[in-house]
Ligand binder design. Sequence first.
Ligand SMILES: Nc1nc2c(c(=O)[nH]1)N[C@H]1C(S)=C(S)[C@@H](COP(=O)(O)O)O[C@H]1N2
Ligand SMILES: [Mo]
Length: 249
Amino acid sequence: MGGESLAKSDECNLGGDAAPLPPGQLEVHELPRFGLALFAERFPDNPSTIDLALTGDVEQDLRIGAELGALPRVEQVSDLHCVTTWSYRGLRFSGFRFRDFYETIARPGLRPEPSATQVVLRAQDGYCQCLLLEDLLKDDVLLADRLDDAPLSIAHGAPLRLVAPAHYGYKNIKHLRAIEFWRDRRNYRFPSIRLMDHPRARVALEERGLGLPGWLYRRLYKPLVRPVTRSFRVALERHLAEREGARRS
Ligand SMILES: Nc1nc2c(c(=O)[nH]1)N[C@H]1C(S)=C(S)[C@@H](COP(=O)(O)O)O[C@H]1N2
Ligand SMILES: [Mo]
């Protein structure tokens, strides 16, 4: 391999790490506000204060916010891989390891049943997701409140979001308001068709959805990227203008 092609491939990786993208993904250079089309017009009521309801098959419920600040703060540079095939590399998040949150706050405070390993996360916009506890306890899973040295914006998950880079974007829930530890999935329903929701959604294994092969999801999703990005952008602009108007009056 000649030096020239090496230099070229380095250039392509500016702003991210050098590892190749996972199967079927394409790099984008602007981070869109993105999600299920249904959520474009929905926004958090409280983007400025962390307020988390903790419950499930547990001995005691809890409500926390500032308590998170007692955990060690960690910074992490990671990539976001949306199931619709776009990837954004090199996001610098800051927040708290989910594992530290679980070991220090959730487990001792809630005393969950040992079998409570299905974790349901709910957002202020009505979105929700379910992940396995074992996946959430990995080193690279954060409850993040900052991105690029600033508090999370309304576009990208204020006041707190999950960062789980090994899992598709749809598991990386924004605007968190509740975390629940259940022994099964009886209290969880994905807010769209089940075919779209894989219980683990691991990017490396191309677990895009439930039942269909990866290439078929890519084909179905790719044409949606532009219109969905646009509708999320237009809705955000309107929402921010309304907030600004309300603040001035
Ligand atoms: N609350 C909430 N979280 C969400 C979504 C959403 O619509 N609402 N969309 C998910 C999807 S599909 C993706 S790809 C990422 C996008 O994150 P971004 O908007 O910061 O780029 O958020 C995920 N988390
Ligand atoms: Mo996504």
